[in-house]
Design a protein around this ligand. Structure first.
Ligand code: CA
Ligand code: CA
Length: 163
């Protein structure tokens, strides 16, 4: 085989490998919302993510949110809290951790969940795990750039790997 042909074949193999590579991103499947103290304004955020083809490593979650008031905004204020990994099965617990990745001010924040151990579900014949965490948003209801209320938003990420 000529060198150029070899490189062509290698290139095709590499391209196929890249196409087959998982995106390693969890999909938002549900939202949650909170009514603010003014009794009128609500903040809605992506609260539930799934990655049903988890192959290990960090799966990312793009968390978007909206404020219902006309000129309202909400900004991730840098505070987040890990609430744990489940299932906490005695002999076969899922293990892992959450990390902050990046944020777009007033728009979204990206986090990742990495599982170092998954729980084997005999009922479903899958390896699975859940990561739970909260992020804090500074909400400016009236658009005067002064925060009116800081809220805590819960987020879950569910991963599965077919066995
Ligand atoms: Ca911010
Ligand atoms: Ca304000």
């Amino acid at each position: 085989m000529k060198i150029s042909k070899l490189f062509l074949v290698l290139g095709v193999v590499l391209a196929m490998g890249l196409m087959a590579a998982p995106a390693l991103a969890a999909t938002a499947v549900d939202t949650d919302s909170k009514l603010l103290d003014d009794g009128v304004t609500t903040v809605t955020w992506d609260s539930s993510f799934v990655d049903l083809a988890y192959v290990g490593g960090a799966t990312t979650m793009l968390i978007n949110w909206t404020v219902s008031s006309a000129s309202g905004t909400a900004d991730y204020n840098g505070n987040w809290h890990e609430r744990g990994i489940t299932p906490r099965a005695k002999n076969d617990p899922a293990e892992g951790y959450v990390r902050e990745v990046s944020e777009v001010p007033n728009t979204s924040a990206t986090f990742s969940a990495t599982f170092t151990e998954l729980h084997y579900s005999e009922d479903e014949s899958i390896d699975m795990g859940n990561a739970h965490f909260t992020i804090r948003l500074d909400v400016d209801i009236d658009g005067d750039t002064i925060t009116d209320q800081t809220i805590r938003c819960g987020v879950n990420c569910h991963v599965e790997t077919p066995v």
